[in-house]
Ligand binder design. Structure first.
Ligand SMILES: [Zn+2]
Length: 241
């Protein structure tokens, strides 16, 4: 009997030492906000896995997995891949060992319905939502100032990282060209789509008090410092519950 009660109290001690809940991070941000850069920095600091549902879907289709075949059959008919299938692919991925510390969702959820389902499926783990903000004017300035080398593909930004000689690549002296999708009209259209899609998500997460806005109109290390403070504060609050 003594042994029994001893082992059960040991079990309790073990529970107390359980690792914290995994960190689930949702990143929102318009094109040009530097979302990819921040995702990389966060991933390295917190040992998270960066997950793009679009990439996952393409990978499943490429490998011809069961889920991939199902997804492809919808796409071949010109239909959207249903949320249920996307969630199946997502949760299969995040159940792997490399997601033990947590993961970053980039570009997902995209709709209010997906955000609601995600909230249910996470069963008590509250995602931390970081909303990277940048005014439309700045997005247009940043993206329309982007040029790439015709020969080697090196990227430049005419305001923040211009080439030494106008129109010429520093590395290979190739011609610098403007991508056709970096014109103001195209960027404005992309921004409109982004705002229409994101507004309901922002309202949803704001209501749950899990939304944290960080201005990207500052150098990327300052943006990252704010992101880190946000994550650390949220983690502290989250574990005290
Ligand atoms: Zn070049």
């Amino acid at each position: 009997m003594v042994g029994f009660s001893f082992s059960s109290s040991q079990g309790n001690a073990g529970d107390a030492l359980k690792p914290k809940a995994p960190l689930v991070l949702v990143l929102l941000g318009p094109p040009g906000s530097g979302k990819g850069t921040q995702a990389q920095l966060i991933k390295d600091k917190y040992h998270l896995t960066h997950i793009s549902t679009g990439d996952l879907l393409r990978e499943h289709i490429r490998q011809g997995s069961k889920l991939g075949k199902q997804a492809k059959s919808y796409m071949d008919q010109g239909k959207l891949v249903p949320d249920e299938l996307i969630f199946e692919i997502l949760f299969e991925r995040v159940s792997k060992d490399d997601c033990g510390a947590g993961y970053i969702l980039d570009g997902f959820p995209r709709t209010l319905a997906q955000a609601e389902t995600l909230q249910t499926k996470l069963k008590g783990i509250s995602p931390i939502v970081i909303n990277l903000t940048l005014s439309d004017k700045e997005v247009i300035q940043r993206l329309s100032g982007r040029v790439t080398c015709e020969k080697c593909g090196s990227p430049y930004q005419l305001i923040s990282s211009p080439p030494k000689k106008a129109g010429v690549c520093d590395r290979c002296e190739g011609n610098l060209i403007h991508r056709s999708d970096d014109t103001e009209a195209v960027i404005s259209q992309r921004l409109k789509v982004y705002h229409d899609q994101t507004k309901p998500l922002i309202a949803f997460y704001d209501k749950l008090h899990t939304l944290h806005s960080v201005s990207c109109s500052q150098p990327k290390d300052k943006v990252f410092a704010e992101v880190v403070t946000t994550i650390n504060t949220e983690r502290k609050n989250g574990t005290s519950q």
